[in-house]
Ligand binder design. Sequence first.
Ligand code: FES
Ligand code: FES
Length: 154
Amino acid sequence: MTEITLTLNGREWSGSVPEGTTLAELLREHVGLTGTKIACAEGTCGSCTVLVDGRSVLSCILLAQQAERCGVTTIEGLGDEGSLSALQRAFVEEDALQCGFCTAGQVVSATALLATTPHPTSEQVRSAMSGNLCRCGAYPGIERAVLRAAEELG
Ligand code: FES
Ligand code: FES
C-alpha cells in the first residue's frame, strides 16, 4: 500500500491505496467522487480529465502517487447543483450532451482552456478539446457552450 496526501477540491485528503492505483481509481473507488469517468482507461478519450495544479491531466494514466502533495480539482470541485460554474451552466443551456459520459472531462478540459485563453476562437476550442472524444457526437453543442461561457465570463 502507498500513503497519499493531496488537496482535493480544496480539502486535504490522505489515505493509503494499493501500489499502481491510478488517480482516477483513487478518486472513484477510494474517495467516492464518481463524476470523473473512466472509459478507455488508456489515455485516449479524455473522459477522466481532471486538473492537477491547474493543468488538465488524464487521471486514468497518472499514478495516484504522482499527484502527491498536488492540488487536484474534479468536476465536483468546479460547482454543484446549487451553484454551477459558467461552463457547467453553458453545457446545460447549449444542450451540449446526450449520454453525458464524456461531459465531466469536457467541462474540466474547457475550464483549463478558459483559464489560459479566456477568449478562444472556434478553432482554438476545437484544437484544445480535440483530446476529449464524444461518442454521441455532441461536438457542435460543446463548442457553442465553451464560447458562450467565455463570453459570459468576459
Ligand atoms: S478514460 Fe482516461 S483517457 Fe479515456
Ligand atoms: S455525450 Fe455521450 S459520449 Fe459525449
